[in-house]
Design a protein around this ligand. Structure first.
Ligand code: C5P
Length: 222
């Protein structure tokens, strides 16, 4: 694969912090534009869970990179990846540059598939697909995100307090935004979408409108 070749198909990059609504938005965009969707957070969650299962240290970059290099798509359906603990493990291994490098090809191959794709994560618009045709950076206040994630976790059967979920969110924001390797940040050309005051349907509609405009521009440039 030539990683420097420009993207020829319509790629949508959706970035943002935990529980901002980016996952639901990405899924909605996939349906609206008939594009496959990759939740790239699952890759990091899977690496974190594998390192932990193997009894290795999350700070050991070599072990985490080795797990990342062996990762396959069929491992991403495991419901255990959706837990609160897996989110924390993910952000611990995501700081390692060699882990990020090992996951790069998988993500870029997905982005470059014929017909286009939607990817959601933290560094899609900045590192994975910097020439994506539509870029969104989805945010919401930490309090709103904590409440959303708390409800989700409760529905999954996890017992955790709202206060602890808010602390998780703040810790992950600081780690994801403060790391040296591909820190979470909006791409310079990303549309910012603050979903704090929006229902998820409203947010999905707003995202679709932004992407429709980007698609019209992209089509006229083809
Ligand atoms: O999106 P999700 O909450 O599932 O991501 C879990 C963790 O994986 C994030 O907190 C972040 O540390 C890491 N991640 C990343 N880059 C991505 C996607 C996720 O660093 N593209």
């Amino acid at each position: 694969m030539n990683e420097d070749a420009p993207l020829k198909s319509f790629v949508i990059a959706v970035d943002g912090p935990a529980a901002s609504g980016k996952g639901t938005i990405a899924t909605g965009l996939g349906k609206a534009f008939s594009l496959p969707v990759l939740d790239t957070g699952l890759l990091y969650r899977c690496v974190g869970v594998l390192v932990k299962k193997a009894g290795e240290s999350l700070d050991d970059e070599g072990s985490a990179a080795a797990a990342a290099a062996l990762l396959t798509a069929d491992q991403l359906d495991d419901p255990a990846l959706r837990t609160r603990a897996a989110g924390e493990l993910a952000s611990r291994v995501a700081v390692h540059p060699r882990v990020r490098d090992a996951l790069l090809d998988f993500q870029r191959t997905f982005a470059r598939q014929e017909g286009g794709a939607v990817l959601d994560g933290r560094d899609i618009g900045t590192v994975i697909a910097p020439d994506a045709s539509a870029k969104l950076f989805v945010t919401a206040s930490p309090e709103v995100r904590a409440e959303r994630r708390w409800k989700q976790l409760k529905a999954q059967g996890e017992r955790v307090s709202l206060k602890d979920v808010l602390a998780d969110i703040r810790r992950r924001d600081a780690r994801d935004g403060g790391r040296d390797a591909a820190p979470m940040k909006p791409a310079a050309d990303a549309a910012l979408l603050d979903t704090s005051e929006m229902t998820i349907d409203h947010a999905a509609d707003a995202a679709r409108r932004i992407v429709e405009a980007a698609r019209a521009k992209w089509l006229s440039s083809q």
